[in-house]
Design a protein around this ligand. Sequence first.
Ligand code: PLP
Length: 370
Amino acid sequence: MPFIQKIEQQITADPNLDHEYQWFLGIEKFNKLAPRLILGEDSPALLGGRAFGSQTLSGNGALRMATEFLVRHLNYKTVYMSNPTWDNHRLVFRYGGFTDLKYYRYWDPATRGVDFTGMLEDLKKAPKNSVIVLHMCAHNPTGCDLTREQWTMVADVLEERNLFPFIDAAYQGFASGDLDKDAWPVRYLVDRGFELFIAQSFSKSMALYSERVGCLTVVLGEGHAQDAINMSSQLVLIARAMYICPPKHGALVVSTILSDPALREECDLCIMYLLRNYRKKCLKIMNDRIQDMRKALNESLVKLGTPGNWDHVLTQLGMFSFLGLTPRQVEYIKKKHHIHMLSNSRANMCGLNDKNVDRVAEAIYDTVVN
Ligand code: PLP
């Protein structure tokens, strides 16, 4: 993103930039600002000191840190993931220490949408004190999110069964193009009084993949601000045991962008305010392009008379589309047309452009009819 380059130039031009060790849990300013992006500027949990952020090695590092804490200090053994989920979840949760890895139903191949009845049934059967991983928005790989009403019903089950919500927030802004709207499920759970963990990633939202910028946000219940202090000292030990401290550069970029506009004015850095708005615009441009490609692919498939219903290509959210091809069909499209996707037919919509979208549609048509 162009504005990231500008900020990087500014950071690296600073003669006082050093390469000292950072605090084990990263940059203080970043730890204040990153949770605000998800929980909201006026979050009572943050203002009351019962929620706090720790800089991590991106979203994956946050997942790993939280897992270690849940297993080591809270004795959780069972974790539930959506079926399907992001490939790495299983690996992180197993290596992090969960001994019982389970799935709740999520994808319904018949409707090519969320199997909400199956999901609720499975959550209702989950043993009490299980950890439930929920994608905040733009679910990877299906691109299908819960509606607000469905989130409410999931929250009821979590409450009834004493299940612990563990939120994976890797795509804030990618579902609706609006950061606040996409964070609604988490804010709702926090308003309802849940204690939870959030694994937040800036890989996608700021295109900082290799910089490994993320945050583990912990939200505790009312009256537990003291526990927040105790917990953060345990997180220090986990970070020290794994990598000592997270890297500085990417977190400096992010905290520069997220900085409070008033503070920025004070420091005569009003320009940052403009850049922050520009960031929102960039996200919108990326999001709009993905939507355009979804539309183009859907139109092309329909125009060709491809058997089946292709509405899901339009309605799914985020970067990915779960096309609904069988593993045999995926093999066919790879071998014959050299179009690649996961064997469960998760395709990255960002790979489409005006020049290739019709060719992809023709290949899908050929695959389906053969
Ligand atoms: N969670 C989900 C659902 C993802 O899709 C990804 C990346 O693709 C991540 C977490 C972690 O990404 P990172 O470690 O780069 O922040």
